[in-house]
Design a protein around this ligand. Sequence first.
Ligand SMILES: *Cc1c(COP(=O)(O)O)cnc(C)c1O
Length: 364
Amino acid sequence: MNKGWNFSAGQSMLPSEVINQISNDVFDFNSSGMSILEINHRSDDFANIIYEAEKNLMHLLDLPDHYEILFMQGGASVANAMIPMNISYNSVANFILSGYWSNKSKNEASKYCQVHIAADSFSNNINNYYFPKIENWKVSNNPSYLHICSNETITGLEFVNWNDYSQKKISFVIDATSNFLSRKFNMNNVGILFAGCQKNIGISGLTVIIINKNLLNRHPLKTCPTVYNFHNMFLKKSIVNTPPIFAIYVAGLIFKWLLKNGGIEKFESNNIKKSEIFYKYLDSTKFYINYVEHKYRSRMNVTFNLVDETKNKKFFDNASDALLYNLKGHRNLGGFRASIYNAMPIDGIHALINFMKDFECRYG
Ligand SMILES: *Cc1c(COP(=O)(O)O)cnc(C)c1O
């Protein structure tokens, strides 16, 4: 296989060790004489897979005892519905709008409960992306939770200092889909932290929900589907119906791979290095531009535009020829985006920068 670098935002690049392991297990899992694709969800093999995945994730995150991990389906989009259904009965969910995804979360929640926008930098964020300043947040009285997207994947905007907000006692709900396991999070006051797995933890079909136990006895909506009920999922250890076995298995391999290669701390320092090299390069040229305020620049999704946008197609085509894949920006935003999750090694960053320098030399 002629392997290039995959900069896709999700599904995204996986480590080659993990792909090799998967390809063995597709033929024969654990000398069982069966493929991983044929494993039954009540089997000892699967019991072991999900047990290990949970244990290793707890260990990676150094998670305090008052949190539970749920493995659920439907992606982050379904989490946007499950959360208000489960924990916002008859109360008001608050949102910080910082981009496309937090706005989507707010729209979905508004079907199930009252919502209040505590701050908004999304409505007027053209060519200048930033996160609403904490001193301007206006949180309503007794909110059921305050939703924050810790990494707006489309614009490449990252914010993790939610605990600097201290005016009200609050449960934070964090959509960490695109920066989960890329850095250490401060979990103080976090009620729920969730992530669709296809960005930094494997493949689509699985959502990891980390929930503070004190939220498990809130009153869910009567109409909440059985398989979306957090308390029920907790009691049944995430196996209420047939779970996404293959996606849980892949996530489990990723957790092992992270542990084996130094854990979150090591990956965080790699991610700092990778993103700093890239932004430093972007800031050094007048040919490319990034529109995110410096302190909110994402370590995971680096967006950039050509100052002369008539060269966009040429850039994209030449990049593909150079085996640099999936650099197109989100369809709502245009431009370009390089997603550089945990699995992207520094060599991939150098390959991209060298290509961009060369492109500027030829067409600048
Ligand atoms: C991709 C993404 C989502 C949507 O994830 P799905 O699993 O496709 O529903 C939600 N939030 C963020 C921050 C994302 O990056």
